[in-house]
Design a protein around this ligand. Structure first.
Ligand code: FMN
Length: 209
């Protein structure tokens, strides 16, 4: 695996200001898409998708409030992405920083083989322009809610995933939520330990055929 740690200076994303379908049309048209065209994605599009997934939409009570709801506003998720074909970005694994709307590079390299293997051979897991990898940091929620926190975390993964589905549909893109993967292999790809933090969901986004 090309696990080269790179210099982690952040990459500022453009302001999310794209407009697509109405939410009604996005809901009506949403479908899981598993086949993608080979076309470059503008950085503005990736910016919009990340903002929809988990971007900061308000600031209240001294904290950031995000695009997806979260029990106790504790926001247990870190959004990692595997960038394959996005204008201006090197191929590799990045972590999204919602507060600053920027990306931190984690590893550069081609992770197609690793992602597909981790996802039980589902080749579309590394088929689009970018694969979202939703990572939960459990203690952020279980510290307050105990065992019940796990339930909340899985619910919240669904909220984020649906935001990605609807934004993708709105922008003429396609996506599919992937829950079938080997935890250990997926965790290795983003460099989390699987106990304090673990991958919960994998979601490629690309241009549909
Ligand atoms: C929790 C969850 C896990 C899923 N895992 C996979 C998966 O591993 N691979 C896949 O191709 N689709 C997966 N899907 C997508 C479903 O197959 C898809 O939503 C379903 O067939 C309905 O089709 P639609 O999304 O187009 O309405 C998953 C969906 C959910 C909600």
């Amino acid at each position: 695996m090309p696990n080269r740690v790179v210099q982690k200076s952040p990459i500022k994303l453009p302001k999310p200001r794209l407009k697509g379908l109405t939410v009604e049309d996005a809901i009506a048209n949403r479908r899981s898409i598993r086949s993608f065209r080979d076309k470059e994605m503008p950085l503005e599009t990736l910016s919009q998708l990340l903002f929809a997934a988990y971007g900061v939409t308000a600031h209240k009570w001294g904290i950031d409030l995000h695009a997806a709801p979260s029990a106790g506003a504790l926001y247990p998720f870190e959004i990692y992405i595997y960038v394959r074909k996005v204008k201006g970005l090197r191929r590799g694994i990045y972590r999204y920083v919602p507060h600053d709307h920027e990306l931190i590079p984690i590893f550069y390299g081609d992770f197609d083989r690793e992602v597909i293997r981790a996802c039980l051979g589902q080749d579309y897991a590394a088929g689009g322009n970018v694969t979202f990898i939703l990572v939960a940091v459990f203690s952020r929620t279980t510290r307050k809610y105990g065992e019940r926190g796990y339930r909340y975390i899985y619910m919240e993964a669904g909220h984020i995933s649906q935001n990605i589905y609807l934004e993708a549909t709105s922008l003429g893109l396609g996506t599919v939520a992937i829950g079938a993967f080997y935890d250990d292999l997926m965790n290795q790809i983003v460099g989390v330990d699987g106990s304090t933090a673990s991958v919960i969901y994998v979601q490629p986004v690309g241009y549909p055929h």
